[in-house]
Ligand binder design. Sequence first.
Ligand SMILES: [Zn+2]
Length: 161
Amino acid sequence: MNVNPTHCPLCRKLTDLDALPAEEVVWRFPHSVALLGPWQYYYGYCLLISRRHATELNGLEADERRAYLAEMCLLARALEECFRPRKLNYELLGNQVPHLHWHLFPRYDADPDALKPVWLALDRAERDAEERRRLESGQRSRVATAGEIRQRLQLLGAPTL
Ligand SMILES: [Zn+2]
């Protein structure tokens, strides 16, 4: 599936990062941008959006793809070191927005759905306002979470654009 980049919501978002709340933009890597996601019940949840519009990983040049994946691994390491989740979930779907973006979901022991994909709970949140509030609010403030990830990426020597 191809979307004209001018109609792509993620392309539009990337062109105006300064318009986003400061805590949402976690890190500006050379090949991607890490954004703090809305579902902070999974505190540390980030999206890693490819700077280039492509719908599939094989749509990136080999060097670009390697760099994008290396940035994803750096972000994953930062999340692990910051929050010590039981497991990280990596998801690259694009069914709704076909522009490469990883979802990095830290999964924690306290989660009653710990063994299931997050999408089952997020689907419930679509229809249930209370469930939505539960999943949007984490144990920490978004500002503190973003700050902690940034600090860790800095320590790890993460590249920036
Ligand atoms: Zn796009």
